[in-house]
Design a protein around this ligand. Sequence first.
Ligand code: ADP
Length: 172
Amino acid sequence: MTSDPLAAAPRRKIAVCPGSYDPVTNGHLDIITRAARIFDEVVVGVVNQGVRKSQAVFSAEERREFLTAAVAHLDNVRIEIFSTLLVDFVHAQGAGAIVKGLRAISDFEYEFEMNQLNRRLADDIESFYIMASPEYSFLSSTGVKELATFGGDIGDLVPPGIGEALAERIAR
Ligand code: ADP
């Protein structure tokens, strides 16, 4: 009987959840948590500087620290900062998948375009999309920052400690 080399050394299924996470919200955590149930390992990729976004409120290192605290209970999730092409980062992590959250049609249009571009660059990487939970489908980092700027209470939209950190940063 010939042995199956793949069965002997099963490949770990690793997915990357990329984003700015400026700051992480409960909507991000929902997607990361759900991805961590499906994949063996999830790498949360914090974009050091996004092309479509203005200057981040928090440094990449601060964003990584917030995420690290927020996913401490998930033992198959780790956080990495990257400043390269997403597909290069995915390859460097030994991952074969990208996982993104979809909130609205507008997210879909952007993701559809990015998917085509990424597949042109690396057709060995597959992208997966998880629908936002209804309670988070309105939630974005941008919205949270806007609310905080005008003194709105964001305590139930973000993990513990982030509301205070954001209020303090905005006050500066
Ligand atoms: P944002 O759009 O809030 O600035 P990011 O650029 O950090 O977020 O997004 C990282 C990923 O998380 C993207 O795939 C985005 O669609 C997803 N995401 C962000 N907020 C939510 C949410 N409330 N529910 C589901 N997915 C989300």
